[in-house]
Design a protein around this ligand. Sequence first.
Ligand code: ATP
Length: 208
Amino acid sequence: MKIVGLTGGIGSGKSTVSRMIQKHNIPIIDADLLAREVVQPNKPAYKLIVNHFSKEILLEDGTLDRTKLRNIIFSDETQRKLLNKFTHPYIRREILKLVIWYWIAGKRAVVLDTPLLIEGGLHKLMCYVIVVYCSEQIQLHRLMERDNCSEDVARQCISAQMPLKEKIKFANFVIDNSGDLSETERQVANILNKAKPSLLNWLLIWLG
Ligand code: ATP
């Protein structure tokens, strides 16, 4: 089974592309979703976070106040590293569980969708890395529209990340999502075709 990393910049179109890949019957592991699941009140990472940041970062219903937490870690790298230390081992464990599950289920590929694939060093474990790219102007425009935020805030979010042009250097495939959705769909289909096993590989798989 091929494990493929899908990454990009904020608002560059990772979720859009992963929905397109899913239509080709390839499962997606959404690391953002797992990151939200591992901090639910009944999970061990939750306890570590509340012990460190205090109950000040909780909402009335006992769940984490994500905005408060984001504001703390946005301006303080030490706190950001600590939060990662509390959550990353659990996220990695969940990813591993899902990879094994899809492998047992006989899937030919699984895609790991994560914005921090390269920053976290996970790209080194992937068979292929796909980077979803779009021009900074379009990224800015789509981000402002989707999140209903000002240009300043959108620019801040973009510049807090590794530049997309840097991420491209780690890519086996780049999807340019600057155009319309059908143009992106076409690129997705092209990449999936290229990544299909050759006849020789099929024979080797078939012969076990
Ligand atoms: P995040 O990093 O915040 O999770 P993302 O990389 O997953 O973002 P998306 O949510 O897929 O990005 O896309 C950002 C916005 O741009 C969304 O509103 C989406 O509908 C829109 N969008 C994505 N691709 C296109 C496209 N090719 N044409 C028009 N709009 C697009």
